[in-house]
Design a protein around this ligand. Sequence first.
Ligand code: PXL
Length: 281
Amino acid sequence: MKIQRALSIAGSAARGGAGIQADLKTFQELDVYGLSAVTAIVARNPQTNQGIFPHSLEAIEAQVHTALEDIGADAIKTGMLFTEEIITHVSQWVQASGVPNIVVDPVMIEKMGSALLKDNAVEAMKTKLLPLATIITPNMPEAAALLGIDALTTVADLKKAAQALHLLGPQYVLVKGGRLEGPAVDVLFDGKQFYLLEAPRFETIHTNGAGCTYSAAITAELAKGKSVPEAVEKAKAFITAAIRHSFGFKKGVGPTYHAAYRKYGETGCIVTIECGELLHS
Ligand code: PXL
C-alpha cells in the first residue's frame, strides 16, 4: 500500500480544534498519513491568560528529524512557530529536507487573543520562511501585519495584499476573507492570475482552528499530488463543510467539524479565475 505523508510543524492546542490536533484530524480525513513536530503547547487559561509552553529547539529538531528520516514527507505544513529562533531553524530544516510541497500558515494570534507569534519574529517569517513556501495562507489581520498596512476590508484589498505578499517570494498566496462582510471570498494569486474562491457565510462563533484546518487540507491535497489551485479548491469545500457543521462544547469558541466534508459532502463553493492585472494602491 502507498500512502502519502504530511508533516505538521505547529503548536499543540489542548482544546483539540486547532494547531497540531486540527492538522492530524484533517490529514486523516483526507487519507494522508500525519506526522507532527510540536513547537509549543497551548493550554490557555482564560482567568490567568497564561498557558503557552514553548518546547526547546532541541526537542523540536529531534521531532522534525525523526519524522523526516524514519517516515519522510510529501508535504510539510508550518503553523504556530512562536519565536524568531524557531522560525530561523525551521526554515533551515525545511530547505534542507527537499520536500516539494511547503505550506506556511503564518499563525499570529488565536481567536481568544493569545499571541502565537512574538512581534520580533515577524521579520524572520517574512525573510526566511515565506520565500520557501509553495503557498502561504494568511488571514486578513495576518496579511496586514506581514505587510505593515492598515486592516483589509474589501476583496480589492485582499487582491492588493496577495500581490504584495507574492513579492516576498512564495509561489502562491492565499489571503482568506473570513472577516469580510458577505460571502466568504478567498483570493489565491500565483503571480499572474487571481483565483477567487467564494463560499456561503454560515453564521457561527464556533470557528476555532478554521485557518489551521483549511491549510492542513491544502497540505493533504498537495501531498496527494494535486496542483495548488486544485488543492485549494478542495480544501475550501472541506473547510466550508467543517464551518457549516461546527459546534460548541462547554466554554468558549468551539471547533469546526473535521468530519463534515466526509459525512455531508459538497457545500456550493464557486471558483472564478481572473486575469491578474497589476493593482496599484
Ligand atoms: O488557530 C490558530 C492556532 C494555531 N495553533 C495553535 C492554536 C491556535 C488557536 O487556538 O492553539 C496551537
